[in-house]
Design a protein around this ligand. Structure first.
Ligand SMILES: [Zn+2]
Length: 708
């Protein structure tokens, strides 16, 4: 999930920007109500040319709102300062909610050019607000006098949050340091954009083209068909083209009998943006690390990780390091056992020398081992996991837990043909919002899966509630020929995961934008990951896994195989995940600018991985040059958060299981209220304990990962 901006403030610094002329203003759909159901974005009217003028006008309007707060002659109080600020920037939020999401899923050169132009403006605008001395004085006044103002708990919390935001954004720095910070922020915003753009280019630049049918040996028919369709699309009819998108890459690594071709596609994937060409990200990484360190130092932190983590549940780098190191050790040991098992499988009953397994071999031999050990082949379950059934299954589970319903709408404008929209209603019939589902890969879409919103649910300045408009974007195996989209297990879990984020968004309630639905970074994945647990329970699998041709429910023997193999390959999965988390931490724990300037990125990465004893056959899940979470996605010193939240979600789900009812209505109600709806009301751990009655135990996590 993309993290929402913690500080949702934008400001404008560019003086004398030309406003749009009146003609284009009249036509620009951002400048009036869309006139659609629930004011959903009018994608049938929005064109690329509308973004920039709307962003500029949005900044201008917010600037005027901020000036009005600053020029107010009354003594600062909650309403005239905090409330007014909390509700400012309506137009800017409206247009950026569309623009930045379209940047990720409908990108083209024109969009990239607009982004490169508006990003520095928005960053500067944001800095203008954060470092506005009059505004900060007023916020500080309310903060200093908050105990005398008769504020309720939530008002107090909002005041404290904003005060800390301003401090962390530079309001308390002297003018020289503020100027440095502005420069750093502007450079970082551009670099982060360039990092992502390079990755997008390298993702689509590589194709493994096969023209000899024999080279397809081992591949499932669905994979071959998809590659034939891709080749046709690329003007190479009669050949087969494999891409670096997961639905193409993973089956190739898993099933292709040709080790040379496996290695070729593996290297292309792992070496993205490390090819010393125009899309290389190594120089960008060094520049970003240096800027981030300088930023942390401005705020008195010794490294960037400590600056970031000060705002999280984990609080500091030492806590995260200890947390990761403990898990890494067990995971790496487990991965060694898995390697040994794979080697023995091919060592002729243990008589011959164990075979060597290279990095690009892991998926292939793991699949052979799974078949041998559990008689389980993913292709056996796919016919039961049609995309429609998996989607309806998660709707059903949400209905059983929370009483919510989902009704498909065909009258909501969408930005791409095939995007589905659903109206989401609560148990009492009230409207929670709209859910957009965008399933399949395309070149204009970033890889991976995520959940964002065109608009978060919230109250406007007049106290009117606007329901959330939430988007789930995925890159699943598409339908092929007469066969509908059939998902693998990983894709199934991914859909439930992203759906969990959307439930968090739909349920969040709160009077103030600053705290409504707002949680620390290392809590964000709790609402999403917990849904994966339901997806994998036999009782729930029976609810949704039905054969796409016969309608037959997945047989118990097959469900048993899924259950038995749940711990399969967990050493590998956990190791690559934790290794990437450690790599992220090591970069952001650097304390010496000279060391960063002299850094050899590849060597640093290799060195850090040697230092933790990562086995040679495994690389971190993302290598430095393609680690977009960390260098273009808001997860810097934060990739550990997936694991941190997994401890929470496994503990929370275990609570349901121990109650003897997976859909225990009392627990579901309490989880919804404390951990989703009112999650922003207090600190993450406080809200969690209101549900759980105690702090989480790590035991359910270790058990689920096979680490104990
Ligand atoms: Zn997520």
């Amino acid at each position: 999930m993309k993290i929402k901006n913690i500080l949702i403030i934008f400001a404008m610094s560019v003086i004398g920007l030309t406003s749009c002329n009146s003609d284009s203003c009249n036509e620009n759909p951002f400048f009036s109500d869309y006139g659609t159901y629930l004011e959903a974005p009018a994608f049938d009217k929005i064109k690329n040319e509308h973004y920039k003028p709307a962003i500029i006008e949005g900044m201008k309007q917010q600037k005027a709102e901020i000036e009005a707060i600053c020029n107010n002659a009354e003594t600062p109080n909650f309403n005239n300062t905090i409330w007014a600020f909390d509700k400012s920037g309506k137009l800017l939020n409206k247009v950026s909610g569309v623009f930045f999401n379209m940047m990720e899923c409908m990108s083209d050169d024109e969009m990239l050019a607009i982004a490169e132009e508006v990003m520095p403006m928005i960053t500067a605008h944001s800095d203008d607000i954060a470092m506005n001395p009059v505004l900060f004085e007023k916020i500080k006044y309310v903060y200093d006098h908050r105990t005398e103002m008769g504020l309720d708990d939530q008002q107090n919390r909002v005041v404290e949050k904003y005060y800390k935001d301003f401090i962390r954004s530079g309001a308390g720095l002297n003018t020289d340091d503020q100027a440095k910070l502005r420069e750093i922020n502007e450079k970082l915003s551009i670099l982060s954009l360039q990092f992502g753009n390079n990755l997008l280019k390298e993702n689509s630049n590589f194709k493994l083209v096969i023209d000899n049918e024999a080279d397809l040996a081992g591949l499932p028919q669905s994979s071959i068909d998809a590659a034939a369709e891709q080749a046709k699309k690329d003007g190479m009819e009669g050949k087969w083209a494999f891409t670096l998108s997961k639905p193409s890459l993973i089956p190739f690594l898993t099933y292709s009998d040709n080790s040379i071709l496996r290695e070729k596609i593996y290297n292309a994937y792992y070496n993205r943006c490390d090819n010393n060409n125009e899309y290389d990200n190594k120089a960008i990484i060094k520049e970003m690390l240096a800027l981030r360190l300088q930023k942390a130092q401005l705020f008195g932190f010794d490294n960037y990780a400590n600056y970031v983590l000060d705002n999280n549940m984990a609080k500091n780098a030492a806590t995260v390091d200890k947390f990761l190191d403990d898990i890494f050790y067990s995971a790496n040991e487990l991965a060694k056992k898995e390697r040994h098992e794979m080697q023995c499988l091919y060592s002729n009953n243990g008589n011959a020398e164990p075979i060597e397994i290279t990095r690009s071999d892991w998926w292939y031999f793991a699949e052979k081992l799974r078949k041998a050990k559990y008689d389980f082949d993913e292709n056996q379950i796919r016919p039961y996991l049609s995309l429609d059934n998996v989607r309806d299954g998660m709707f059903m589970a949400a209905n059983k837990l929370y009483g919510v319903t989902f009704e498909q709408r065909n009258d909501i404008p969408v930005y791409f043909e095939g995007v589905e929209t659903y109206e989401v209603k609560d148990f009492d019939g009230s409207i929670l919002g709209l859910l957009y589902l965008d399933f399949y890969p395309r070149e204009s879409k970033s890889s991976g899966a995520w959940c964002t919103g065109f608009r978060e649910g919230g109250y406007d300045i007049d106290g009117v509630w606007h329901p959330a408009l939430i988007q789930l974007v995925m890159n699943f195996t598409p339908a092929s020929g007469d066969t509908p989209a059939l998902l693998n297990w990983d894709e199934t879990e991914t859909m439930w995961h992203e759906f969990g984020h959307s439930l968090h968004a739909f349920f969040s309630k709160g009077k103030y934008s600053r705290t409504c639905g707002s949680v620390p970074h290392d809590y964000v994945e709790l609402p999403s990951q917990i849904m994966e647990n339901w997806a994998a329970e036999p009782e729930v699998i029976r609810m949704y896994a039905k054969h796409y041709q016969t309608g037959e429910v997945m047989p118990d023997s097959l469900i048993e195989k899924i259950e038995n193999s749940a711990l399969f390959n967990q050493g590998f999965n956990t190791t690559e995940l934790i290794a990437a988390s450690i790599l992220d931490m090591r970069y952001h724990e650097l304390t010496d600018i000279d060391e960063i300037n002299n850094l050899d990125v590849d060597e640093f990465e290799a060195q850090q991985m040697r230092a933790i004893g990562l086995i040679h056959e495994i690389q971190p899940r993302y290598r430095s040059t393609n680690f977009s979470h960390v260098f273009s996605g808001g997860y810097s010193a934060g990739y550990y958060a997936y694991t941190w939240a997994e401890v929470l979600d496994k503990d929370a789900f275990n609570y349901f299981k121990e109650s003897g009812d997976l859909f225990n209505p009392d627990l579901a109600k309490s989880f919804r209220i404390n951990c989703l709806q009112e999650c922003g009301n207090d600190e993450g751990m406080v809200q969690y304990k209101k549900f759980r009655g105690q702090e989480p135990s790590i035991e359910p996590y270790l058990e689920a990962r096979g680490l104990k």
